[in-house]
Design a protein around this ligand. Sequence first.
Ligand SMILES: C[S@@+](CC[C@H](N)C(=O)[O-])C[C@H]1O[C@@H](n2cnc3c(N)ncnc32)[C@H](O)[C@@H]1O
Length: 142
Amino acid sequence: MFDLPALESSFSKHMAALGAPDSISFHGGDFFTDPLPEADALVFGHVLHNWNTEARKHLLSNAYQALRPGGAVYIYDPMTNDENPRLHSVLTSLNMLVWTAGGHRYTAEECRALLTEAGFRPDPPDPSDAHDEVLVIGRKER
Ligand SMILES: C[S@@+](CC[C@H](N)C(=O)[O-])C[C@H]1O[C@@H](n2cnc3c(N)ncnc32)[C@H](O)[C@@H]1O
């Protein structure tokens, strides 16, 4: 688990309440200034939509550096779909525009393009593209 250092005590309390205090370790840091921990898999859940496109590129580039060959990055967000925009995605996007400093909507196709630019091989579109929450996977070659 990687998050801002201030989150560590809440994380520890939460894991203790789940009865699994040592099953997941916490890595405190700022993902814009600190390297991500070396890993086989990284998950950005409800993270990229909080930031502008340049920040997303930066985060995916850091993820590519941190992943071991053969690893993958998993991105889930309420991505919008231009052909058939879903209410949940559109309202979430409005929310991002109001309270973040640059977060905004993006589509699964845009996500795959950002992954390619960062060096990943994105998985092809799948049926989850049409759901409220979309999962896009980028693979790092072995
Ligand atoms: C919207 S929450 C997503 C939480 C969870 N992954 C989910 O799916 O609901 C965004 C997370 O990014 C973390 N975060 C924000 N800025 C960060 C930064 N600069 N470095 C590391 N983590 C950061 C926040 O503390 C928060 O836990």
